[in-house]
Design a protein around this ligand. Structure first.
Ligand code: SF4
Length: 441
């Protein structure tokens, strides 16, 4: 079971200019094979002990118990992980003892975020504790059926800021480019639950080179766009050649200075971060990757290896975390997460207040509590380990920083400030420039 393998897979066919015809796929596995090149046959396998993922004892035990026909080679192959995603109640009940609150929520429905989890991420879930934070992130509960008046399908008003399909242009010099609606694992609090995973329910083919073209043309036409964030869905679920097509096109636009990719893949499908992928990515620097990470428990040997590969490939890594009630809304949980990210060369970038997406009230903390958590971090750990706490304003107002108040007021020429431990200090800060009495002219 300690076999060490590394699978860097050559895509079976080039996708560029050869996208499947709309409606030509009939099921999820067909969709995965046809659109993303995730075919499992004819994989070229390499042994490379220097750069391989080792099979952790946790993964090995889970593999032996639940996939006795599969080998460590299969487990370490990201395409195998995608093909064997757990998506149904029957499959899930083989690996988790569900509560009635969860089982009821897994009944098929056309209008909600689908359920899917990779075998790798399922191996991190508690078999019998429905309150385990990791489990709550990915297994639906009937709490999702509680919808508050303030909640919306598109709480950030992204559709209103979308000049062409796939582009959200809210800030002057940057755009969000939504290139897929597919994720290997769906987070129950997803801000884009209105659109992600919808093809898994409707079987509609809605993205690919021809669908990306209007967005690429829009970026070409608008010379003020210097920063493009590729997101979705999860862009790193796409095959290398599909991703490279996008990167090539964007790098060919002279005014695009920075390319960013938003992803959760290193945490839910770390096997995807192959050496081949990293070699391809490093051709398109400066490249930033924002990694969505929720809990320190996601920083397993496998995910840490994936992040090391990206960092060694020169990719600048940032961490994005959603503050979630009962999941990561304690000081020990956040401290452990952010320090763990830093140890893995991921700079915590944003801590998001949970958006007002339909059916997510059970995940939202109070803003006051989020501010207390930031106050508890400041001064008690490295500044590098403290992300900016932000709220994305409903209706398209954009991200707004939320900061604890340290400035207490003014006393004459002094400012009054509290430090991290609550003590009051004075800082001389004249409102008018003071005369340099007796100084050198
Ligand atoms: S990975 Fe991102 S886009 Fe996909 S379900 Fe999670 S939050 Fe949504």
């Amino acid at each position: 079971m300690d076999e060490i393998l590394d699978l860097d897979v050559e895509p079976p066919a080039r996708m560029v200019g050869n996208a499947p015809h709309p409606g030509s796929v009939s099921g999820v596995s067909d969709l995965i094979s046809a659109v993303m090149g995730h075919g499992g046959d004819g994989l070229r396998r390499q042994k490379n002990n220097k750069s391989a993922f080792s099979l952790s004892s946790r993964s090995a035990a889970f593999l032996a118990e639940h996939y006795p026909q599969a080998s460590p080679t299969h487990w370490n192959d990201w395409r195998w992980q995608l093909k064997h995603r757990i998506t149904t109640l029957v499959e899930l009940e083989r690996v988790v003892d569900l509560s009635s609150w969860e089982r009821e929520a897994l009944a098929p429905s056309k209008n909600k975020l689908p359920f899917a989890v990779t075998p790798y991420y399922a191996s991190l879930l508690s078999r019998n504790d429905p309150h385990q934070p990791l489990r709550r992130c990915v297994i639906p509960t009937m709490d999702e059926r509680i919808i508050l008046a303030c909640e919306e399908g598109d709480p950030l008003g992204e559709e209103g800021d979308s000049p062409v399909q796939g582009i959200v242009h809210r800030y002057p010099d940057r755009v969000l480019f939504l290139v897929t609606d597919f994720c290997s694992t769906y987070c129950r609090y997803c801000t884009r639950s209105r659109r992600v995973g919808k093809r898994e329910l409707t079987r509609e083919f809605t993205w690919g080179p021809s669908q990306w073209e209007p967005a690429l043309k829009y970026i070409e036409r608008n010379a003020n766009i210097r920063d493009v964030l590729i997101s979705g869905g999860d862009p790193l679920t796409m095959a290398d050649h599909a991703l490279e097509y996008l990167l090539q096109r964007l790098r060919a636009i002279s005014h695009v200075e920075i390319i960013r990719i938003g992803t959760k893949t290193p945490m839910v499908l770390p096997q995807r971060i192959t050496n081949r992928l990293v070699q391809m990515l490093r051709r398109y620097h400066p490249l930033f990757i924002s990694i969505h990470c929720t809990l320190a428990e996601e920083l397993t040997p496998e995910s840490q290896r994936a992040c090391t590969r990206l960092a060694d490939g020169g990719v600048v890594l940032g961490g994005q975390t959603v503050l979630l009630k009962g999941i990561n809304d304690t000081l020990p949980a956040l401290t452990s997460l952010f320090q763990g990210l830093l140890r893995n060369r991921i700079r915590p970038y944003y801590l998001y207040h949970c958006d007002q997406v339909v059916g997510t009230a059970h995940f939202r903390t109070r803003v006051d509590w989020g501010l207390e958590l930031i106050r508890g971090l400041r001064g008690h750990t490295s500044g590098y380990a403290i992300p900016q706490y932000v709220i994305d304003l409903p209706g398209g107002g954009g991200k707004t920083p939320l900061c604890p108040e340290y400035l207490q007021g003014r006393d004459g020429r002094d400012l009054l400030l509290r430090n991290y431990s609550g003590e009051l200090y004075r800082v001389h800060d004249p409102m008018e420039p003071e005369m340099n009495v007796g100084g050198v002219a």
